[in-house]
Design a protein around this ligand. Structure first.
Ligand code: 48N
Length: 323
């Protein structure tokens, strides 16, 4: 079979210079054309701005120190916070956002999950859209979160749009520090003549440690002191309503914890906002934790009460600080 050679088949762009001989010459151009296409494609893919990328140099100890130095500086700074918010769901984040308007107030936002946001990443039954009844849409206007106006309520096309937006505002605030993956597993409670028993701060641990106290010998916690705490730990989840449950165990609230009542949106949202309050000296409750303590109905997949309850809690905390 005559030798066929692809002599000098150097592909420059779409040109192919070749000298082929032999009986299979009619297939060669197809092969070369395919090779040309492949090269062209390869060239097209390879011509991206990220080609031959080179990072500036770093050492591992620099990365370690960049993280640990800042984290432990924050722990040192927030060992005495003006306000500790427990739970970064929609109520806790709305409270933190409201307090971000007071740069002189130092706020530690403690969230047991790795991801803050609680139940506000989705609307209801894992659907995306979030319903917010007026006038809670005013917070969305403040945050520039777009929505469809349906008259008495508005609809955000994806709940995550609200949660990611308010979270980014809170995280940018110089007076707020988020400690996520950190659980409040107990309260600091003191007593004085003026206030009687009052909440003076939070007992914390890494959440994975808090969830594993039964699997190891004692793993002692850390402590953060606060002038006032806002408990917004929600109504379900691994530690739902943990603030009011602890108060009840300590005998600081003399009611039981009836838990939220059956669903009635119109009653529930008004009740949660109206009942947001400083439930014992030094501790404000907001969001669904209010429904757990007072037994008011749940509202299901509408979130306006969470926003306004969180904002109201911020004002309750400010009032407590001024006393
Ligand atoms: O979103 P949640 O659970 O709670 P809220 O009150 O901010 O919002 C509730 C809202 O999402 C609803 O449930 C809606 C309106 N549905 C009502 C209904 O009828 O079903 O956020 C609480 C956050 C979560 O991120 C928890 O991980 C966190 O609090 N958390 C804690 N963080 C630190 N330490 C703890 N002990 C703790 N417990 C809960």
């Amino acid at each position: 079979m005559a030798a066929t050679t692809l002599a000098g088949s150097c592909l420059t762009g779409l040109q192919v210079r070749k000298s082929v001989t032999g009986p299979r010459s009619r297939t060669i151009p197809r092969v070369v054309a395919r090779a040309a296409d492949a090269h062209r494609l390869n060239q097209a893919f390879s011509e991206t701005p990220f080609d031959g990328f080179k990072f500036s140099p770093i050492t591992e100890h620099q990365v370690s120190r960049a993280m640990t130095r800042r984290y432990f500086k924050d722990l040192d700074e927030y060992a005495e916070a003006d306000v500790i918010i427990v739970g970064a769901g929609s109520a806790g984040l709305s409270c933190a956002y409201e307090l971000s308007k007071h740069p002189d107030i130092k706020v530690a936002l403690i969230e047991q999950g790795v991801a803050p946001g609680g139940g506000a990443w989705l609307g209801g039954q894992l659907f995306s859209a979030m319903v917010v009844r007026k006038p809670a849409h005013n917070l969305l206007d403040e945050l520039n979160v777009p929505y469809e106006d349906e008259g008495d309520y508005v609809v955000i096309k994806h709940a995550s749009l609200f949660t990611s937006t308010i979270l980014s505002k809170v995280l940018q605030a110089p007076n707020i520090k988020l400690f996520n993956a950190t659980a409040v597993e107990d309260l600091i409670v003191r007593e004085d003549a003026m206030r009687g028993k009052y909440v003076g701060g939070a007992v914390t641990n890494w959440t994975l440690v808090s969830l594993n106290h039964d699997t190891q010998m004692c793993m002692d916690p850390n402590v953060l002191e606060s002038k006032v705490m806002v408990s917004s730990t929600g109504h379900d989840g691994p530690m739902g309503a943990s603030g009011v449950k602890r108060l009840q165990k300590l005998g600081m609230v003399n009611t039981g914890i009836p838990g939220m009542a059956a669903l009635d949106m119109n009653t529930a949202e008004d009740a949660v906002v109206n009942n947001t309050r400083e439930v014992v000296p030094g501790m404000v409750i907001c969001g669904m934790e209010v429904a757990e303590l007072d037994g008011c109905p749940r509202m299901g997949p509408t979130f306006g009460a969470m926003f306004m309850s969180g904002q109201k809690a911020a004002h309750c905390a400010l009032n407590s600080l001024r006393r």
